[in-house]
Design a protein around this ligand. Structure first.
Ligand code: NAD
Length: 356
């Protein structure tokens, strides 16, 4: 697998001041994309990632290789390990003294969290606690972490704003992200740690996770493999292109807030049916669709109210959905040889429709 470089897409603003940033989960989809942006503008990056096999680890290896090839081991330090490991993480903080933390590591995925909740509690809740504890002890200036739109799970509304009271997470994954937000408030309250939680709305694009619908749609349509569509196609999600997410994360890192939660999304939804039509258009192939009932834990509609992020971070989602799908399909065709495709493991997160 070849990874994707941001060279062509990223508009990197002139650097405002050197930072050393700890990026957890920096081998993953979003973490590696943020790390590349930061390195490109001149920051140094320390990555901690356990390289788990939730999906094909060769994706993560390709992401790290790209960062090392482009920026070298003087600018990017990489540690393979669990963020819950006290000895490892203390060593990382003592050695590098990062003043900025971009915490992207987590067990992701709604459906697998129902089958194996413990691993989500471990990585997501214990891991975040470990990092916030060390961040407070080592005087970190700003702690930014990935939350998720899934925290809105039990909400009655379909247009989600941050101030909505959300206390009905409908999967262990969603509950673990809500718990991180609560702990973040505690660390702000106790120690005045500057902490910002970002609720991402389904992120897609080059380097995208193979367990998620956007990658699977494109992969299966290209290979002529049947798609499993959960529900009747009317469910709608707010899909956010990766460069918009990177922009939002970096804005949050550059603007410390005592404690804030922001939605990062596109701000409008796309139905599953419309999504499949666009994939067919940009792959030039016809989808074979098998319709299945809705899955437990799934959320039928998600749409982000991004006005708070616009107002306080200057965030703007700039990539329209069709353009994002066009770029993702292009990346897919470039990165994978169709004659010898070994990726897209059939994980428990299998199936298309309402994934995280
Ligand atoms: P990803 O799985 O590609 O990246 C997460 C990385 O974290 C992986 O490389 C994994 O090996 C690492 N990791 C997991 N547990 C770890 C641990 N205990 N110690 C060290 N490393 C660990 O996922 P992603 O899509 O890049 O997601 C990044 C963050 O954004 C996650 O916190 C996820 O919950 C959140 N998020 C993602 C989406 C999305 O649509 N992709 C939506 C909402 C929230």
């Amino acid at each position: 697998i070849t990874s994707h470089s941001w060279e062509a897409e990223a508009i990197v603003e002139p650097h405002q001041g050197y930072k050393k940033v700890l990026v957890t989960g920096g081998a993953g989809f979003i973490g590696s994309s943020v790390a590349e942006f930061l390195l490109k503008r001149g920051d140094d990056v320390v990555i901690v990632d356990e390289m788990n096999d939730y999906y094909d680890v060769s994706f993560k290896e390709a992401n790290l290789k790209l960062l090392l090839d482009k920026f070298g081991s003087k600018r990017v330090s990489i540690y393979k390990g669990d963020i819950c490991d006290a000895t490892l993480m203390t060593d990382v903080f003592e050695t590098h003294r990062p003043e900025w933390v971009c915490h992207m590591a987590a067990r992701a995925g709604v459906r697998p969290s129902i089958n194996d909740p413990y691993i989500y509690i471990h990585s997501n809740i214990e891991g975040t606690t470990r990092l916030m504890e060390l961040s407070h002890r080592f005087g970190v200036k700003n702690f930014v972490f990935a939350s998720s739109s899934s925290v809105y799970g039990g909400s009655k509304s379909t247009f989600f704003s941050e101030d909505e009271v959300v206390d009905n997470p409908v999967s262990p994954y969603a509950a673990s992200k809500k718990a991180c937000e609560l702990l973040a408030y505690t660390y702000h309250h106790l120690y005045k740690l500057n902490v910002t939680g970002l609720r991402f709305f389904t992120v897609y694009g080059p380097r995208g996770r193979p367990d998620m619908a956007p990658f699977k749609f494109i992969d299966r349509v290209c290979r002529g493999v049947e798609l499993q569509q959960f529900g009747d196609g009317s469910s709608s999600r707010d899909y956010t292109y990766i460069s918009d997410i990177v922009d939002g994360v970096v804005r949050a890192l550059d603007r410390p807030h005592p404690y804030q939660i922001f939605n990062l999304g596109k701000g409008s939804g796309t139905s599953l049916k419309e999504f499949i039509d666009l994939v067919q258009k940009h792959t030039g192939k016809k989808a074979l669709i098998k319709v299945l009932p809705d899955q437990p834990g799934d959320v039928p509609y998600t749409c982000a109210d991004v006005s708070k992020a616009e107002r306080m971070l200057g965030y703007r989602s700039s990539v329209p959905f069709e353009e994002g799908i066009r770029r993702t399909a292009e990346w897919y065709k470039e990165a994978f040889s169709h004659n010898d495709i070994k990726v897209c493991p059939e994980t428990q997160a299998n199936g298309l429709g309402r994934s995280p």
